[in-house]
Design a protein around this ligand. Sequence first.
Ligand code: ADP
Length: 583
Amino acid sequence: MELTRGVSPSSVGALLRDRTLRLAAGLAVVVAIPVAILFYFQFRSISALSQSSTVVLRQLSQETADAVTKVLVDTLRTARVDVLLKIGQRQTEPLDLAYIENAFEQGLVNDPFVDRFYVWSDVTNEYKGRVLAYDRTSYGFITNPPESALLVKRFHDLAPEQRAIAIFDDTIGGRRTHFQGQLRFTFTRDRLTSFVALAVDAERLSSDYIPRLLASKFPKIEGPTGFPPLAVTVLDGANRVVYPAGSSVTDRYVDERTFPLVFFEPELASFAAPEKGKPETWRVRTGYGNQMIPDIIAARERPQRVMMAMLAGLMALGVFFIARAAARELRVAEMKSNFVSSVSHDLKTPLALIQLFAETLELGRLKNTERAPEYYRIINSEARKLTRLINNLLDFSKIEAGLRKYQLEPTDLSAVTRRVVDSLDSQFRHNQFSVTLRAPQAPIAVKLDAEAAEQALENLLSNAMKYSPEHREIVVEVDTSGGYGVVRVRDHGIGIPPRLQRKIFQKFYRVQTDAGSGPQGTGLGLAIVDHVMRAHGGFVRVDSEAGRGSTFTLHFPLYRGDINVDETDSGDRGRAADVARSA
Ligand code: ADP
């Protein structure tokens, strides 16, 4: 498999031709496009939903503001329509007391916010110039109550304006009171002849009557679910909150309606005196707590958008992992097929050599008998290669089946290393490698399975030879480091680019610079090393630079107990720490 990566056009072409990449791209397209379309529509529907929610919230607010204002205005205006207008000039000039009393009585029932009604007439004889009042406490006329003089004076003061409706506020008995009168004039309008009026206690109206009226008319405003509820606030002329009782003024509202606090239809303002007089302006405000509609919509949209983005991310991740897994499977399949041909090659070559040299020796074709040892060495070394290959294959299948067992014994790491280096001596020589072994005199105690550790080390040494075509020098060091007994195998070969340094430990993985060329192999050697080291509670590390060589280091956890020093190995230990062998 082609694994060289770069940016040259040829390598881009190679990438496109790479089946695994094609597969990943195909998968991404097949999944990503429908998902993208889905998400596009989902996003659009979120926007559409936001728009319609905005409309609904806006409408609810406007309609409620209108409805509340209308209820207030309509309620307040009935006092004039029901009572003041019902008592016409015909009933006041002269006074038709029975009729008026009936109208006042009805008025007090129908308009509970009115505290008192008045009638005054300059025409009738009996009560001429006297104010007759009618209220809930009397349920009969009171003649000239204390405010009579004020009423007569204020209405006479307003009379020159010649308006049918006159309004004023005053404080009576310490309570602020709204007065409104229906004035009647002579035909030429130059003299006030009678009036019918009403008084409303300002405090009772705003702190009792209106809150109760609104609470009963708008017990609960149904808004769309999932949104903050719509709140209605009514403010009086001094910006005090009238409704809901006890709450404070909110600065943020969606809609505001204003209306004058009068007891007649606001459209009739031009018929009222004083024309430019200032009835209090009340306000009806509607809003959603302290939030404006765009904020509410944005707050609602945000989690949805975040969720969508997260979903998209998850999906992308899913596609990525599936593509990666599929690509890996493909690669493994490809590596397996390479593996079969490598194994066949690795079996055939040593066998052919063994056969050739054995035959030569057997048939006595060797002219120069001095070369016989060389032939034996070749046969031996090729046989070892075969053994290593077969051991690797057997071990690998055991590892794969989970059957590989390790018998860890306290052992001197230097001794094991020396044994392996020694046993490969003829191969080093044959391949013209100079090998330096550096091991301390004192034993390094580790617990290991000698067979497995030797195999791991042999794999490293054989790789060091295989991948060092020119600079044929290998250094093997035994040492301790950070609680581990370590064996370093350093070569000056072709090295491994950093991005591939993790992959080389995967089963079947092989780095090949040029398809077909380069040393043959199964891609199992390092996978086995990795497995062996893990089974020992240690690990293998690689430090390498492409073109400069590699150092593979085996880490075995140090053993704190005693070890049996194998006497056959102790002879070596007596030598100098640095033992150099040259072929
Ligand atoms: P094999 O040697 O049979 O290919 P391994 O598992 O032993 O399989 O090694 C995997 C890959 O790691 C090799 O194909 C090679 O490219 C790389 N490699 C291993 N050891 C070395 C080394 N000492 N120097 C450079 N490359 C190495």
